[in-house]
Design a protein around this ligand. Structure first.
Ligand code: PHE
Length: 329
């Protein structure tokens, strides 16, 4: 009996405890068997023995119930501890990002111009010479037409090298006033830290009757746009050259990394070039059959803007579809 009590006290789990209960009170249990011994006894002996084993049984049972509650409480506490819900764990398992930096940047650019009433236009990726070059005043001897820069197909078709052909197609099918932007992939034979053979541009075009669309309008729009995308930056316009605009300019913003003090990214100039723009050349209007109109156009590389806004220094990481890179955004 004492060993049974000892075992009962030492039980560590409900299963162990149940095994001991069966050992004592089960069909062939030690205490149960004591009761069957009663048959061979008679009179006072039987009475005494019956009383004795009943006491033993009661003692065992009361200790058993005490131990049972103790073990059950302990086990409940353990499982509550183990199954406790960690709300922060749930969050860190669900990686959320704003999507691919290129799409994110493209959407922000589109959003801005669509709020100003610009129409969203798209065009073919495989273009002909007229829309990609001639109509944009890029004559046959222009270096951009070189096989080094452009992907050609056999029949003088090509992969568009910029989104400008969409401007030509829009002017051919609409009459002024026009306010449009055309985002999309473009292709050039280039591959290094800041160039990939396929990249994305967004271009914009505004055309109005008479001389209503001026360089001043262009400057105001782009300054506001760049502040919308980059926040508190300074914007400057530098005169430049594009065959399809005259005058032409490039817009710079004060370096977003060093705030204009000069660093590696801005080559110590304090400025970052972000887009090209200008007043649409008369030659382009002639090519699409427009007369007495004025207009301005601008174009930018989405990858470049995404690199600057997301702080990425190798363009190629945008195309490697490595989730670890994308999850950071
Ligand atoms: N198409 C030019 C480019 O690919 C960008 C640009 C567009 C410049 C419109 C001026 C006006 O570089």
């Amino acid at each position: 009996m004492n060993t049974l009590i000892q075992e009962l006290q030492n039980a560590q789990t409900s299963q162990e405890l149940e095994a001991i209960r069966l050992k004592a009170l089960g069909k062939k249990g030690i205490i149960t068997q004591k009761f069957s011994e009663l048959k061979s006894l008679e009179g006072q002996d039987k009475k005494n023995f019956a009383q004795e084993i009943n006491e033993v049984k009661q003692k065992f049972e009361s200790l058993y119930y005490l131990k049972k509650t103790e073990l059950q409480t302990r086990e409940l506490e353990n499982s509550l501890q183990k199954e406790k819900i960690d709300v922060s764990l749930f969050q860190s398992q669900n990686h959320r990002s704003f999507g691919h930096p290129i799409n994110y940047t493209k959407d922000r650019i589109i959003d801005y111009f669509m709020h100003l009433g610009y129409e969203l236009c798209i065009g073919p990726l495989v273009e002909d010479d007229f829309h990609n070059f001639s109509a944009l005043n890029l004559p046959e001897y222009h270096p951009a037409r070189d096989m080094q820069d452009t992907f050609y197909f056999k029949d003088s078709m090509l992969l568009r090298t910029h989104t400008s052909p969409v401007q030509i197609r829009t002017m051919q099918t609409q009459t002024p006033p026009i306010k449009m932007i055309c985002p999309g992939p473009t292709f050039r034979r280039d591959y290094d830290l800041t160039h990939t053979p396929m990249f994305h541009q967004v271009e914009g075009l505004v055309v109005d009757n008479g001389n209503k669309a001026s360089f001043a309008n262009l400057k105001y729009t782009l300054e506001d746009f760049l502040k919308h995308i980059f926040g508190d930056v300074k914007v400057r316009f530098r005169s430049s050259f594009f065959p399809f605009t005259e005058p032409s300019a490039e817009a710079d913003i004060s370096c977003v990394f060093c705030k204009g003090k000069g660093c590696r990214v801005c080559s110590d100039t304090g400025w970052l070039e972000v887009l090209g723009c200008g007043v649409v050349d008369e030659y382009v209007f002639e090519a699409v059959g427009y007369q007495n109109v004025s207009g301005y156009a601008f174009g930018m590389g989405i990858e470049r803007l995404a690199m600057l806004t997301c702080g990425v220094n190798d363009l190629r990481s945008f195309f490697e579809t490595d989730l670890r890179v994308l999850e950071q955004f």
